[in-house]
Design a protein around this ligand. Structure first.
Ligand SMILES: [Zn+2]
Length: 211
């Protein structure tokens, strides 16, 4: 998953574009919130294996989610959920794929493509989450996100104390030097957000037209 803040930057632009309510924003965070609450990512993100020449990729199957949620597909919550899956698909396919590759013989080993080194999957998670946290404050300001408002409405929905703690962690705003990130540059995050807005718009337009 990308970070919640990255998802929010994209979702808030789409909310504006389509005149959606905050329900769309909640839907756009829901897959990760469910995962944070303990549901397996395969289920929350409709993950399937895509076999390509370069190897195996595990990406969300957006159509499968749409098929399973046909009856209420135009609900803002559902459209938000779809937007999240499209965003993650772009992120994993184009960006994570540029930074890292899983060793075909040992899936706990991750090759850092720009550095020519191999680390464990746990190290990779730590490094990428550190990058995410470093970008939070910069992105929240750039996309004028009302972090306190969003955080409080999420904590209002998630009554579990552990979940509240996890949400707080995702919204840590600290001054950081993004140039020191292991992987994600400002240019990458910018191009990802624009790319994801475009791809998600195509998906939403398709649904509003077909259904
Ligand atoms: Zn996700």
């Amino acid at each position: 998953m990308g970070s919640l803040i990255m998802h929010l930057c994209i979702a808030s632009k789409l909310k504006e574009k389509y005149h959606f309510s905050d329900k769309f924003l909640i839907g756009a965070l829901k897959p990760d919130l469910l995962k944070m609450a303990g549901a397996p990512r395969e289920q929350t993100h409709y993950i399937e294996q895509v076999i390509e020449e370069s190897g195996v990729k595990r990406l969300p199957n957006v159509l499968k989610y749409e098929e399973s949620n046909k009856e209420h597909i135009k609900d803002e919550m559902t459209l938000g959920y779809i937007s999240h899956l499209v965003q993650d698909k772009v992120w994993f396919d184009k960006y994570i794929g540029k930074y890292a590759k899983t060793d075909a013989n040992d899936i706990t080993k991750i090759k850092y493509l720009q550095y020519g080194i191999t680390k464990t999957d746990k190290d990779f998670s730590k490094d990428i989450y550190c990058d995410y946290a470093n970008l939070n404050k910069y992105l929240a300001q750039k996309y004028s996100l009302d972090i306190e408002k969003i955080k409080n409405s999420l904590k209002g929905i998630c009554l579990d104390a552990k979940m509240k703690e996890k949400i707080d962690k995702q919204f840590i705003m600290k001054d950081s030097n993004i140039d020191k990130n292991t992987f994600i540059t400002k240019q990458d995050v910018e191009s990802y957000i624009n790319d994801a807005i475009k791809k998600t718009s195509i998906e939403i337009d398709k649904i509003l037209k077909i259904y």
